[in-house]
Ligand binder design. Sequence first.
Ligand SMILES: Cc1cc2nc3c(=O)[nH]c(=O)nc-3n(C[C@H](O)[C@H](O)[C@H](O)COP(=O)(O)O)c2cc1C
Length: 325
Amino acid sequence: MRIGAIQLDNPTVLAPLAGITNLPMRLLAKRAGCALVYTEMVSANGLVYGSAKTCQLLTSSPEERPLAVQLFGGDAELLAEATRRVTAAGADIVDLNFGCAVKKILKSGAGVALMADLAKAEQVLRAVRRATAVPLTIKMRTGWDASGCQALELGRMAQACGVDAVALHPRTARQGFTGRADWSVIERLKKALRIPVIGNGDITCAEDAARMLAQTGCDAVMVGRAAIGNPFIFSQIIDLIQGRAPSAPIPADRFQVMRAYAAATIAHVGESSARYLLRSRLGWFARGLPQASQFRAAIHQLATGDEALRRIDAYEASLVQTLQR
Ligand SMILES: Cc1cc2nc3c(=O)[nH]c(=O)nc-3n(C[C@H](O)[C@H](O)[C@H](O)COP(=O)(O)O)c2cc1C
Protein backbone atom coordinates (compact mmCIF):
# COMPACT_ATOMS: atom_id res chain seq x y z
CA MET A 1 0.00 0.00 0.00
CA ARG A 2 1.05 3.60 -0.59
CA ILE A 3 0.54 6.65 1.58
CA GLY A 4 1.10 9.53 -0.79
CA ALA A 5 4.51 8.89 -2.30
CA ILE A 6 5.52 6.44 0.43
CA GLN A 7 5.33 2.78 -0.50
CA LEU A 8 4.96 0.45 2.48
CA ASP A 9 6.62 -2.99 2.37
CA ASN A 10 3.60 -4.72 3.90
CA PRO A 11 0.25 -3.79 5.49
CA THR A 12 1.33 -3.64 9.17
CA VAL A 13 1.47 -0.48 11.25
CA LEU A 14 2.42 0.22 14.88
CA ALA A 15 -0.22 2.40 16.60
CA PRO A 16 0.70 5.57 18.47
CA LEU A 17 0.65 4.81 22.20
CA ALA A 18 1.34 7.69 24.60
CA GLY A 19 4.20 6.93 26.97
CA ILE A 20 4.97 3.68 25.14
CA THR A 21 5.88 4.03 21.46
CA ASN A 22 9.16 5.83 21.97
CA LEU A 23 12.17 5.19 19.73
CA PRO A 24 13.28 1.93 21.49
CA MET A 25 9.79 0.44 21.17
CA ARG A 26 9.44 1.55 17.55
CA LEU A 27 12.79 -0.01 16.65
CA LEU A 28 11.62 -3.39 17.98
CA ALA A 29 8.49 -3.21 15.85
CA LYS A 30 10.51 -2.20 12.81
CA ARG A 31 13.00 -5.04 13.25
CA ALA A 32 10.05 -7.45 13.47
CA GLY A 33 8.97 -6.30 10.01
CA CYS A 34 6.41 -3.59 10.83
CA ALA A 35 6.14 -1.36 7.76
CA LEU A 36 5.21 1.92 9.43
CA VAL A 37 5.65 3.20 12.97
CA TYR A 38 3.95 6.20 14.61
CA THR A 39 5.32 8.35 17.40
CA GLU A 40 3.09 8.80 20.39
CA MET A 41 0.94 11.92 20.19
CA VAL A 42 3.05 15.06 20.38
CA SER A 43 1.59 18.34 21.62
CA ALA A 44 1.56 21.04 18.92
CA ASN A 45 1.55 23.59 21.69
CA GLY A 46 4.56 22.01 23.41
CA LEU A 47 6.49 21.89 20.15
CA VAL A 48 5.82 25.44 19.13
CA TYR A 49 6.61 26.80 22.58
CA GLY A 50 9.78 24.72 22.80
CA SER A 51 9.08 22.30 25.63
CA ALA A 52 12.23 20.16 25.91
CA LYS A 53 10.21 17.14 26.99
CA THR A 54 7.94 17.45 23.95
CA CYS A 55 10.85 17.96 21.56
CA GLN A 56 12.51 14.80 22.91
CA LEU A 57 9.53 12.81 21.60
CA LEU A 58 10.81 13.56 18.09
CA THR A 59 14.12 11.72 18.60
CA SER A 60 14.40 9.28 15.74
CA SER A 61 16.90 7.13 13.87
CA PRO A 62 17.21 6.26 10.16
CA GLU A 63 16.53 2.60 10.94
CA GLU A 64 12.91 3.26 11.85
CA ARG A 65 11.94 5.17 8.72
CA PRO A 66 9.44 5.80 7.35
CA LEU A 67 8.30 7.53 10.54
CA ALA A 68 4.87 9.07 11.09
CA VAL A 69 4.81 11.86 13.68
CA GLN A 70 1.44 12.27 15.35
CA LEU A 71 0.44 15.76 16.47
CA PHE A 72 -2.43 16.79 18.69
CA GLY A 73 -3.88 20.20 19.33
CA GLY A 74 -7.06 22.21 19.10
CA ASP A 75 -5.82 25.24 17.19
CA ALA A 76 -5.43 25.15 13.40
CA GLU A 77 -2.60 27.69 13.15
CA LEU A 78 -0.63 26.13 15.99
CA LEU A 79 -1.02 22.71 14.41
CA ALA A 80 0.13 24.12 11.07
CA GLU A 81 3.23 25.64 12.69
CA ALA A 82 3.99 22.38 14.52
CA THR A 83 3.58 20.58 11.18
CA ARG A 84 6.14 22.86 9.54
CA ARG A 85 8.56 22.12 12.36
CA VAL A 86 8.21 18.33 12.33
CA THR A 87 8.47 18.37 8.53
CA ALA A 88 11.71 20.35 8.81
CA ALA A 89 12.90 17.87 11.45
CA GLY A 90 12.47 15.00 8.97
CA ALA A 91 9.04 13.43 9.57
CA ASP A 92 8.15 11.20 6.62
CA ILE A 93 4.43 11.44 7.38
CA VAL A 94 2.48 13.86 9.59
CA ASP A 95 -0.54 12.42 11.40
CA LEU A 96 -3.26 14.34 13.20
CA ASN A 97 -4.94 12.94 16.30
CA PHE A 98 -8.74 13.06 16.03
CA GLY A 99 -9.28 10.15 18.42
CA CYS A 100 -7.86 10.82 21.87
CA ALA A 101 -10.68 10.83 24.43
CA VAL A 102 -8.66 11.75 27.54
CA LYS A 103 -10.43 14.56 29.47
CA LYS A 104 -7.47 16.95 29.54
CA ILE A 105 -7.07 16.68 25.76
CA LEU A 106 -10.80 17.13 25.14
CA LYS A 107 -10.87 20.27 27.25
CA SER A 108 -8.30 21.86 24.95
CA GLY A 109 -10.53 21.12 21.95
CA ALA A 110 -8.11 18.49 20.63
CA GLY A 111 -8.39 14.76 19.90
CA VAL A 112 -11.89 13.44 19.47
CA ALA A 113 -13.35 16.86 20.43
CA LEU A 114 -12.59 17.78 16.80
CA MET A 115 -15.00 15.07 15.66
CA ALA A 116 -17.77 16.89 17.49
CA ASP A 117 -16.94 20.13 15.65
CA LEU A 118 -16.47 19.26 12.00
CA ALA A 119 -16.25 22.92 10.91
CA LYS A 120 -13.18 23.30 13.10
CA ALA A 121 -11.88 19.94 11.94
CA GLU A 122 -11.99 21.23 8.36
CA GLN A 123 -10.06 24.39 9.30
CA VAL A 124 -7.41 22.19 10.92
CA LEU A 125 -7.18 19.88 7.92
CA ARG A 126 -6.85 22.75 5.46
CA ALA A 127 -4.27 24.64 7.52
CA VAL A 128 -2.13 21.55 8.10
CA ARG A 129 -2.39 20.41 4.48
CA ARG A 130 -1.07 23.80 3.36
CA ALA A 131 1.79 23.56 5.87
CA THR A 132 3.51 20.45 4.52
CA ALA A 133 4.24 18.56 1.32
CA VAL A 134 4.84 15.23 3.09
CA PRO A 135 1.97 12.73 3.23
CA LEU A 136 -0.71 13.57 5.77
CA THR A 137 -2.78 11.01 7.69
CA ILE A 138 -5.41 11.28 10.40
CA LYS A 139 -6.36 8.84 13.13
CA MET A 140 -9.91 8.93 14.41
CA ARG A 141 -12.62 7.10 16.29
CA THR A 142 -16.14 6.22 15.13
CA GLY A 143 -17.41 9.49 16.52
CA TRP A 144 -18.60 11.09 19.67
CA ASP A 145 -21.33 8.65 20.72
CA ALA A 146 -23.55 5.97 19.25
CA SER A 147 -25.98 8.58 17.86
CA GLY A 148 -23.91 9.26 14.79
CA CYS A 149 -21.00 7.98 12.83
CA GLN A 150 -18.86 11.07 12.27
CA ALA A 151 -16.03 8.89 10.96
CA LEU A 152 -17.61 8.68 7.51
CA GLU A 153 -18.17 12.41 7.32
CA LEU A 154 -14.72 13.26 8.64
CA GLY A 155 -13.14 10.64 6.37
CA ARG A 156 -14.76 12.19 3.28
CA MET A 157 -13.80 15.67 4.42
CA ALA A 158 -10.20 14.57 5.03
CA GLN A 159 -10.02 13.04 1.56
CA ALA A 160 -11.37 16.25 0.01
CA CYS A 161 -8.78 18.29 1.93
CA GLY A 162 -5.89 16.23 0.53
CA VAL A 163 -5.28 13.79 3.38
CA ASP A 164 -3.43 10.71 2.08
CA ALA A 165 -4.76 7.98 4.40
CA VAL A 166 -6.99 7.58 7.44
CA ALA A 167 -6.70 5.23 10.40
CA LEU A 168 -9.85 4.27 12.27
CA HIS A 169 -10.29 2.87 15.78
CA PRO A 170 -14.00 2.06 15.63
CA ARG A 171 -15.07 2.87 19.16
CA THR A 172 -16.90 6.05 20.14
CA ALA A 173 -15.40 8.64 22.47
CA ARG A 174 -17.93 7.64 25.12
CA GLN A 175 -16.84 4.01 24.89
CA GLY A 176 -13.21 4.80 25.71
CA PHE A 177 -11.73 1.32 25.60
CA THR A 178 -14.82 -0.56 26.75
CA GLY A 179 -16.91 -2.91 24.62
CA ARG A 180 -15.60 -4.16 21.33
CA ALA A 181 -14.25 -2.28 18.34
CA ASP A 182 -16.95 -2.38 15.64
CA TRP A 183 -15.02 -3.44 12.56
CA SER A 184 -18.11 -2.95 10.35
CA VAL A 185 -17.42 0.81 10.55
CA ILE A 186 -13.96 0.19 9.03
CA GLU A 187 -15.64 -1.67 6.17
CA ARG A 188 -18.10 1.21 5.62
CA LEU A 189 -15.30 3.76 5.65
CA LYS A 190 -13.24 1.72 3.19
CA LYS A 191 -16.20 1.57 0.81
CA ALA A 192 -16.75 5.33 1.13
CA LEU A 193 -13.17 6.47 0.41
CA ARG A 194 -10.60 6.29 -2.39
CA ILE A 195 -7.62 6.95 -0.10
CA PRO A 196 -6.20 4.04 1.95
CA VAL A 197 -7.90 3.06 5.21
CA ILE A 198 -5.89 1.64 8.10
CA GLY A 199 -7.99 -0.54 10.40
CA ASN A 200 -7.32 -0.57 14.13
CA GLY A 201 -8.85 -2.00 17.29
CA ASP A 202 -8.74 -5.27 19.20
CA ILE A 203 -6.16 -7.07 17.09
CA THR A 204 -4.63 -9.47 19.60
CA CYS A 205 -2.91 -11.97 17.29
CA ALA A 206 -2.00 -12.58 13.65
CA GLU A 207 -5.29 -14.33 13.00
CA ASP A 208 -7.24 -11.23 14.13
CA ALA A 209 -5.22 -9.08 11.73
CA ALA A 210 -5.88 -11.40 8.80
CA ARG A 211 -9.57 -11.45 9.72
CA MET A 212 -9.75 -7.64 9.85
CA LEU A 213 -8.10 -7.35 6.42
CA ALA A 214 -10.48 -9.93 4.92
CA GLN A 215 -13.68 -8.72 6.62
CA THR A 216 -13.28 -4.98 6.15
CA GLY A 217 -11.15 -4.73 2.98
CA CYS A 218 -8.93 -2.21 4.81
CA ASP A 219 -5.52 -1.52 3.26
CA ALA A 220 -3.43 -2.07 6.40
CA VAL A 221 -3.81 -3.08 10.03
CA MET A 222 -2.61 -0.99 12.96
CA VAL A 223 -1.68 -2.79 16.19
CA GLY A 224 -1.49 -1.08 19.57
CA ARG A 225 -1.80 -2.88 22.88
CA ALA A 226 -0.96 -6.32 21.52
CA ALA A 227 2.45 -5.06 20.38
CA ILE A 228 3.48 -3.93 23.87
CA GLY A 229 6.33 -6.26 24.83
CA ASN A 230 5.42 -8.38 21.80
CA PRO A 231 6.93 -7.08 18.56
CA PHE A 232 6.70 -10.63 17.21
CA ILE A 233 3.07 -9.96 16.35
CA PHE A 234 4.25 -8.09 13.25
CA SER A 235 6.33 -10.96 11.82
CA GLN A 236 3.49 -13.32 12.65
CA ILE A 237 0.95 -11.17 10.78
CA ILE A 238 3.28 -10.93 7.77
CA ASP A 239 3.85 -14.70 7.81
CA LEU A 240 0.14 -15.41 7.94
CA ILE A 241 -0.91 -13.04 5.19
CA GLN A 242 1.93 -14.23 2.96
CA GLY A 243 0.81 -17.83 3.36
CA ARG A 244 3.34 -19.08 5.90
CA ALA A 245 2.52 -20.55 9.32
CA PRO A 246 3.28 -17.87 11.92
CA SER A 247 5.86 -19.13 14.38
CA ALA A 248 5.73 -18.41 18.12
CA PRO A 249 8.92 -16.85 19.52
CA ILE A 250 11.10 -19.16 21.59
CA PRO A 251 12.35 -17.82 24.97
CA ALA A 252 15.77 -17.00 23.45
CA ASP A 253 14.06 -14.65 20.95
CA ARG A 254 12.23 -12.94 23.76
CA PHE A 255 15.41 -12.40 25.78
CA GLN A 256 17.13 -11.01 22.72
CA VAL A 257 14.31 -8.49 22.29
CA MET A 258 14.42 -7.62 26.00
CA ARG A 259 18.17 -6.93 25.76
CA ALA A 260 17.73 -4.87 22.62
CA TYR A 261 14.99 -2.84 24.31
CA ALA A 262 17.09 -2.24 27.45
CA ALA A 263 20.15 -1.23 25.41
CA ALA A 264 18.11 1.09 23.19
CA THR A 265 16.45 2.66 26.24
CA ILE A 266 19.84 3.35 27.85
CA ALA A 267 21.06 4.90 24.60
CA HIS A 268 17.83 6.90 24.20
CA VAL A 269 17.38 8.44 27.65
CA GLY A 270 20.74 7.85 29.34
CA GLU A 271 21.79 5.45 32.07
CA SER A 272 20.19 7.35 34.93
CA SER A 273 16.65 7.76 33.53
CA ALA A 274 16.73 4.33 31.89
CA ARG A 275 16.66 2.54 35.21
CA TYR A 276 13.29 4.12 36.07
CA LEU A 277 11.75 3.32 32.72
CA LEU A 278 13.09 -0.23 32.70
CA ARG A 279 11.80 -0.97 36.19
CA SER A 280 8.25 -1.02 34.89
CA ARG A 281 8.73 -1.78 31.22
CA LEU A 282 10.94 -4.86 31.12
CA GLY A 283 8.08 -6.77 32.72
CA TRP A 284 6.10 -6.36 29.47
CA PHE A 285 8.53 -8.68 27.73
CA ALA A 286 8.34 -11.39 30.40
CA ARG A 287 4.55 -11.75 30.21
CA GLY A 288 3.68 -15.45 30.00
CA LEU A 289 7.22 -16.67 30.72
CA PRO A 290 7.86 -18.87 33.79
CA GLN A 291 9.18 -16.94 36.84
CA ALA A 292 7.94 -13.65 35.36
CA SER A 293 6.72 -12.36 38.73
CA GLN A 294 10.12 -13.02 40.37
CA PHE A 295 11.77 -11.16 37.47
CA ARG A 296 9.40 -8.23 37.86
CA ALA A 297 10.19 -8.09 41.59
CA ALA A 298 13.94 -8.24 40.87
CA ILE A 299 13.86 -5.32 38.44
CA HIS A 300 11.62 -3.20 40.63
CA GLN A 301 14.65 -1.74 42.38
CA LEU A 302 17.06 -1.42 39.45
CA ALA A 303 19.92 0.91 40.42
CA THR A 304 21.46 1.27 36.93
CA GLY A 305 20.69 0.51 33.32
CA ASP A 306 23.59 -1.96 33.28
CA GLU A 307 22.01 -3.84 36.13
CA ALA A 308 18.96 -4.32 33.90
CA LEU A 309 21.12 -6.13 31.35
CA ARG A 310 22.65 -8.32 34.10
CA ARG A 311 19.19 -9.14 35.48
CA ILE A 312 18.00 -10.17 32.03
CA ASP A 313 21.04 -12.49 31.65
CA ALA A 314 20.41 -13.99 35.10
CA TYR A 315 16.72 -14.54 34.33
CA GLU A 316 17.52 -16.27 31.06
CA ALA A 317 20.17 -18.49 32.71
CA SER A 318 17.76 -19.46 35.45
CA LEU A 319 15.01 -20.22 32.94
CA VAL A 320 17.31 -22.35 30.80
CA GLN A 321 18.27 -24.35 33.92
CA THR A 322 14.61 -24.82 34.88
CA LEU A 323 13.66 -25.91 31.36
CA GLN A 324 16.56 -28.41 31.25
CA ARG A 325 15.52 -30.07 34.52
C1 LIG B 1 -1.73 3.44 26.67
C2 LIG B 1 -2.34 3.93 25.39
C3 LIG B 1 -1.88 5.10 24.82
C4 LIG B 1 -2.46 5.56 23.62
N1 LIG B 1 -1.96 6.68 23.05
C5 LIG B 1 -2.43 7.10 21.85
C6 LIG B 1 -1.85 8.22 21.17
O1 LIG B 1 -0.89 8.82 21.64
N2 LIG B 1 -2.41 8.59 20.00
C7 LIG B 1 -3.47 7.92 19.43
O2 LIG B 1 -3.93 8.29 18.35
N3 LIG B 1 -4.01 6.85 20.04
C8 LIG B 1 -3.51 6.42 21.21
N4 LIG B 1 -4.01 5.30 21.80
C9 LIG B 1 -5.02 4.51 21.05
C10 LIG B 1 -4.31 3.43 20.22
O3 LIG B 1 -3.48 4.00 19.23
C11 LIG B 1 -5.30 2.47 19.55
O4 LIG B 1 -6.17 3.23 18.73
C12 LIG B 1 -6.14 1.70 20.56
O5 LIG B 1 -5.31 1.18 21.60
C13 LIG B 1 -6.88 0.54 19.88
O6 LIG B 1 -5.98 -0.35 19.25
P1 LIG B 1 -5.51 -1.74 19.94
O7 LIG B 1 -6.77 -2.51 20.27
O8 LIG B 1 -4.66 -2.42 18.91
O9 LIG B 1 -4.76 -1.40 21.20
C14 LIG B 1 -3.49 4.83 23.00
C15 LIG B 1 -3.97 3.67 23.60
C16 LIG B 1 -3.40 3.20 24.78
C17 LIG B 1 -3.90 1.92 25.38
